[in-house]
Design a protein around this ligand. Structure first.
Ligand SMILES: *Cc1c(COP(=O)(O)O)cnc(C)c1O
Length: 391
């Protein structure tokens, strides 16, 4: 059996989304900025339709509040740096959390080297930030608050609507990285009350290398990418029409099937959590128990073993998973998210993320539950620390 349980890292491209992309590689190859001939105008009109579709899917009031980008990382970087530089006369203070994606954290660290102050809010043992914490951190210099909708490692869903209210009360711009949330919880930018929101197609069965930033009308933001007049002069580069078409279609499908897919993922997730707990001693579920957890995320720490060794042995059994975040793996540092929720380094190192999807079957979950306890036991048998525990 071949099992893919790394849907928080990326997802397979939806077949319908692929079909929606193909015409823009073949017939409608025009540059959407070339208005003097038909194939260019066709591209321009198609682009408008796609923007309209994405705007509708996220509940934006206006079509022109959707700006296409080359990735979720770009959308995050643009939100942070673009707001910082556009508002630096008003203030230089940014509020974020310690468990954001590195796209946000590293953009903030960059700004710290250029005269900005950043408050990185602590989270509780499940990864939650509270609106009260955010409010207490606001100063008269605060120009941006950015808190993720859902965490990519431990699945914590933050109280975005309440934080947006706090931001609005203090007239501070609020951005949320909703890359992991789309397709798993309902996202409506008006209902949430956010000023900006990032998304990325490949996390909801769209193509890789395309994302979007929602920017509410009236928000002043500097460019990240300078050049031509695309995206209303805010983001230069010839539009990736095929990619955008795939994203728009994948998003439509994700929104349409949201309830059904979320219910299925949750069932698979809970079966996996129960199976692991029933069969493996000395394990700890990272992230919230049920309420406030992404429907497709499972993250466990196993004492006395090493995350990378688990991944290697899972791979030998044709199971694809992740230890913490894909970006962090490859480095020796333990996950910043697991450290932020208070795990000691040695326990953070023994962590495993299994993220299910719409296509995950009960058979696949049961196969993982069958294989994983043996793997953990074999690794523990090799560990000198575990020998002491056994005694
Ligand atoms: C994947 C991810 C990103 C980055 O998106 P890319 O399109 O891969 O650049 C940003 N934030 C979160 C929470 C993510 O999970």
């Amino acid at each position: 059996m071949d099992v893919y349980m790394d849907n928080n890292a990326t997802t397979a491209l939806n077949k319908e989304a692929l079909d929606a992309m193909m015409p823009y590689y073949t017939d409608i190859y025009g540059n959407a900025s070339s208005k003097f001939y038909r194939v260019g105008r066709d591209a321009e009109q198609a682009l408008y339709k796609m923007r309209e579709s994405v705007a509708k899917s996220i509940g934006a009031a206006n079509v022109n509040e959707v700006y296409f980008t080359g990735s979720g990382c770009e959308a995050d970087n643009w939100a942070v740096k673009g707001i910082a530089y556009a508002n630096k006369r008003k203030g230089n203070h940014i509020i974020t959390s310690k468990i954001e994606h590195h796209a946000i954290l590293n953009a903030c660290e960059y700004l710290e080297k250029h005269g900005f102050d950043v408050t990185y809010l602590d989270v509780d043992e499940h990864g939650f930030v509270t609106p009260e914490q955010v409010e207490a951190a606001i100063t008269d210099k605060t120009i941006l608050i950015t808190i993720m909708t859902a965490n990519n490692e431990i699945g914590t869903i933050e109280p975005i609507k309440e934080i947006a209210e706090v931001a609005k009360k203090h007239k501070v711009i609020f951005h949320t990285d909703a890359v992991q949330a789309i397709g798993h919880i309902k996202i409506d930018v008006k209902e949430l009350g956010v000023d900006m929101l990032s998304l990325s197609a490949h996390k909801f069965h769209g193509p890789k290398g395309v994302g979007a930033l929602y920017i509410k009308n009236g928000i002043r933001i500097d460019n990240l990418i300078h050049g031509g007049g695309q995206e209303r002069g805010k983001r230069a580069a010839t539009e990736n029409l095929a990619g955008i078409a795939g994203m728009a279609k994948a998003l439509e499908i994700a929104v349409k099937n949201l309830d059904k897919n979320a219910a299925h993922c949750k069932k698979m997730r809970d079966r996996l959590i129960k199976g692991i707990r029933d069969n493996i001693p000395y394990c700890r579920l990272n992230g919230p128990e049920d309420e406030g957890r992404l429907c497709n995320n499972v993250n466990f720490s196993f004492q006395y073993v090493e995350g990378e060794s688990i991944l290697m042995m899972l791979d030998m059994n044709n199971i694809a998973a992740s230890s913490g975040s894909a970006c962090a793996s490859g480095s020796l540092d333990p996950s910043h998210v697991l450290i932020a929720i208070g795990l000691p380094h040695e326990i953070a190192h023994g962590s495993l993320r299994l993220s299910v999807g719409e296509d995950t079957t009960e058979e696949e979950v049961d196969y993982v539950i069958e294989v994983l306890p043996t793997i953990i036991q074999r690794l523990r048998d090799m560990s000198p620390l575990y020998e002491d525990v056994e005694k």
